[in-house]
Ligand binder design. Structure first.
Ligand SMILES: NC(=O)c1ccc[n+]([C@@H]2O[C@H](COP(=O)([O-])OP(=O)(O)OC[C@H]3O[C@@H](n4cnc5c(N)ncnc54)[C@H](OP(=O)(O)O)[C@@H]3O)[C@@H](O)[C@H]2O)c1
Length: 287
């Protein structure tokens, strides 16, 4: 669980000596800050204006204790835009770079490494797994060779959750990345229990439902009963997810450094307890 936070079910991780806002990667015990940055549909062109936006967001990420960047070979030129500014905007060794390939293909991997200007990835994920027989043998080879430190699988298509479950159970990747938000909790029933069983870390894609949650509360303030743990709607939505100790990190997308800072605020202070989490669900269901 988030260090320094209220005790929650399911079982919490040990809190001693864990920096505030960090969680352990189940397969290694390595600590990661629990809020990162998603980069889908935001940095599609690697032009100067985009590079400036990426640099400002990365500066806000590291200045506020974040490390995780989630990107993909298929996110337009996002890998290139990131590669162009990593180093100057944020030291490479302060970042945990996760990217995704469409298939276990060496040419696609080489392209991602070249565009990101890195010799080694922190996490290499297979994007949008839909085949239950999908092998991760090639990804495991790359991990053994030291090209990536961790491997993972992703999906945000509920119709493919059965395939994700089979691959997760059989291949036991280090991470599964799945869509999980306060108004879309399918992953709680299907993916989170299995991830805990096979000791896979969980990254939550689409934590704001592509901004849908903000639109639902537009023009309103966070309720008084949530002010003890949330200073903003972003923190309200993210802390619901972090209130489940099976979640390793949330990766909201933003091109706005102020939003990045706001999102990283979800690593601080108390988390909602189980009763408060139920109240958050009722609140959102009533919108
Ligand atoms: N299959 C897959 O593997 C898969 C699929 C989809 C997504 N993903 C990953 O999940 C990440 C997150 O998904 P997403 O970016 O599509 O959706 P999201 O994180 O649910 O929502 C992003 C939206 O929220 C806004 N936002 C962010 N922080 C905010 C704040 N503090 N206050 C107000 N608005 C805020 C952003 O606008 P601003 O830019 O104005 O902040 C953007 O419009 C992606 O970037 C990607 O890395 C993976």
């Amino acid at each position: 669980m988030l260090a320094g936070a209220t005790a929650l079910a399911p079982p919490a991780l040990a809190q001693t000596a864990v920096p505030l806002g960090s969680r352990a990667i189940p397969s290694s015990g390595e600590l990661l800050p629990a809020v990162g940055l998603g980069t889908a549909n935001l940095f599609d062109t690697a032009d100067e204006a985009t590079r400036q936006k990426v640099a400002a967001v990365l500066q806000a990420l590291v200045a506020n204790g974040g490390r995780i960047i989630d990107t993909a070979s298929s996110y337009g030129d996002a890998e290139s835009a990131l590669g162009d500014v990593i180093g100057s905007a944020a030291p490479r060794d302060r970042l945990f770079i996760a990217t995704k390939l469409e298939r276990p293909n060496a040419a696609e991997l080489k392209r991602s490494l070249t565009r990101l200007k890195t010799a080694k990835l922190d996490l290499l994920q297979l994007h949008n797994v839909r085949d239950p027989h999908q092998s991760l043998a090639q990804f495991k080879d790359w991990r053994t060779q030291g090209i990536c430190r961790y491997i993972g699988i992703t999906s945000t298509f509920h119709g493919d959750f059965a395939a994700i479950e089979e691959v997760l159970a059989r291949e036991k990747p280090d991470f599964v990345q799945i869509d999980y938000s306060l108004d879309d909790r399918e992953a709680e029933k299907r993916i989170l229990p299995l991830a805990a069983e096979v000791k896979a870390g969980v990254l939550t894609a689409l934590p704001f439902g592509r901004g849908r949650l903000f639109r639902a509360v537009h023009g309103t303030a966070v309720p008084d009963w949530s002010r003890q743990f949330a200073d903003s709607w972003a923190q309200f939505f993210l802390k619901y997810l972090l209130g489940d100790s099976r979640v390793t990190a949330v990766i909201p997308g933003t091109a706005d450094p102020a939003h990045m800072t706001d999102n990283l605020g979800a690593m601080r202070g108390a988390l909602p307890d189980p009763d408060q989490r139920r109240r958050m669900v009722s609140f959102v269901e009533a919108l």
